[in-house]
Design a protein around this ligand. Structure first.
Ligand code: ADE
Length: 221
């Protein structure tokens, strides 16, 4: 899979992607990540990429020309173009799953107060990572790259994402324990030590259900 990040601040991604699982996925060519700075596409003599909004109002908007020209330069028939914006649809695991099947994912990161609406003429999907406003789309892009990359076959052990919170759209993960059995009086539940896998599965399902009802009743029908 190829992921292209379109951003004014490509340097922000370096340290985040150059460690751990994403780095391993890149090293084994399961994913390639490239960067485009849309300032390079500005036709303005001073490489300006933002301007004041028509109709007045605070802040600066990203102009459509640099972004549209950049996207038209890099997109192919295999590309899906995603705009990161707090007014997009909420990003969730099922969307990460769909995106992990795309051959070429393009993520557009905004900055400043937003975009000229005409940017959307080259966009297939608008995504938000939550109901809050960040200073730019770079951190949302990191979140999406991370969530999508780990779902690419071969990046992590498949079984580990079958058990993830949200893999089943309706439940959170059950509680997990590792050694020691007794940590300063906090004990591992007996059932997990029983070796009875049917019982363990039932316990895990009921715990996941309980946790979901407590913490995310909105996920339960
Ligand atoms: N840009 C700024 N805030 C954002 C958010 N919550 N999700 C996606 N992109 C954003």
């Amino acid at each position: 899979m190829r992921i292209s990040i379109v951003s004014l601040f490509p340097g922000m991604f370096e340290s985040v992607f150059n460690d751990s699982i994403i780095k391993r996925a890149m090293d084994s060519n399961l994913v390639t990540i490239d960067y485009y700075n849309f300032r390079d596409y500005s036709l303005d003599p001073h490489k300006k990429v933002d301007d004041t909004p028509f109709g007045g109002g605070a802040g600066m908007l990203l102009m459509c020309q640099p972004i549209i020209d950049c996207i038209n330069d890099i997109k192919t028939d295999d590309s899906l173009v995603v705009l990161l914006t707090p007014s997009g649809i909420p990003f969730k695991e099922s969307i990460a799953y769909d995106l992990s099947k795309v051959k070429h994912l393009i993520l557009i990161c905004g900055h400043y107060e937003g975009f000229d609406e005409r940017v959307k003429s080259v966009v297939d999907m608008e995504l938000s990572i939550g109901d809050y406003v960040l200073t730019g789309g770079e951190i949302p892009a990191m979140v999406i790259v991370d969530a999508v990359t780990r779902l690419i076959p071969g990046v992590i052990n498949e079984e580990s994402h079958l058990n993830d919170s949200f893999s089943d759209p309706l439940v959170l993960d059950y509680p997990n324990y590792t050694k020691p059995r007794d940590f300063r009086g906090m004990l591992v539940p007996e059932v997990l030590l029983s070796g009875d896998h049917k019982k363990i599965d039932e316990w895990r399902k009921s715990q996941a259900d309980l946790k979901t009802r407590e913490v995310r009743p909105d996920l339960k029908s």
